[in-house]
Design a binder for this molecule. Structure first.
Ligand code: FE2
Length: 264
């Protein structure tokens, strides 16, 4: 017995698909250091990472899954967002290094400098660059319009926003409004797990706000179960993030000062 020699052949072969068309883009995260997240974009065995704070756990996670790193994306120059890049390049020397061209001096090793409005392809996925100054002067975000992901570094946090190290309240207000204008289903991948403190502050600042109170309870349950609060969504942040809801730069500045001095 064995396989028949003459299997009936279908009259019409299905068209060959382009190499990547059948493989959807997956996004997942690696928790590192105290509260940083490194995001991984994966298509089949191909990977890109966003804001690698450190190299070792990222390389280990990719290798465990048999992935090849093709690109490293940076949102801004702080060491807990770029610290892992030299180590990852030693392991994958051909990986592209994408970052704000305006920050070339503070983000070395760039192979592709970008600016707001640029469109590029990462793992054959269209990516748009959005300028979001405020936390730093050359902070950028990456929006994937096709799959609905946003990588916003330390600009928009779940329930919060980044500290204003190099920018003004007006800049941060404009940056957050730019991100909040994306489709509401857009998944928001920020670079830190700051959500619980952000929402505790928000609930204390807006004590009558039911949406914030409910969101805080959801997040507390998620965190107690050991799950990340990231990603959020643009719709959720529009509803429950006081910085996104701030009417103008003045209101945002007041909220930022309040949060800077707040202690649980
Ligand atoms: Fe930062």
């Amino acid at each position: 017995m064995g396989t028949p020699h003459h299997e009936p052949q279908p009259a019409i072969q299905p068209p060959a698909l382009p190499a990547v068309a059948g493989k959807p883009l997956a996004v997942w995260l690696i928790p590192v250091l105290q509260d940083n997240y490194v995001m991984v974009l994966q298509r089949g065995r191909r990977a890109a990472v966003v804001d690698p704070a450190v190299a070792e756990p990222v390389a280990a996670a990719l290798e465990e899954r048999g992935l090849a790193l093709e690109a490293i994306l940076h949102t801004h120059h702080h060491s807990d967002h770029i610290g892992g890049t030299p180590g990852l390049l030693r392991r994958w020397p051909g990986a592209e290094v994408i970052a704000a061209a305006a920050d070339r001096e503070r983000i070395p090793l760039q192979t592709r400098g970008v600016a707001g409005g640029d469109r590029l392809q990462v793992l054959d996925e269209p990516v748009e660059v959005i300028e979001v100054p405020g936390h730093t002067r050359a902070h950028i975000a990456y929006w994937l319009p096709q799959s609905g992901h946003l990588f916003c570094g330390d600009t928009l946090f779940v329930g919060g926003c980044g500290r204003l190290f190099e920018g003004t309240p007006a800049q941060m207000h404009a940056s957050l409004q730019r991100l909040a204008a994306l489709p509401e289903s857009t998944r928001v991948w920020c670079a830190h797990e700051y959500t619980e403190a952000n929402l505790r502050w928000a609930a204390a600042t807006a004590p009558g706000d039911g949406a914030i109170a409910r969101r805080l309870q959801e997040v507390l349950a998620e965190r107690a179960a050991g799950r990340a609060s990231v990603p959020s969504s643009v719709g959720l942040e529009r509803a429950t993030n006081l910085f996104v809801r701030a009417a103008d730069a003045g209101a945002l500045g007041q909220l930022r000062r309040s949060k800077d001095h707040w202690q649980a």
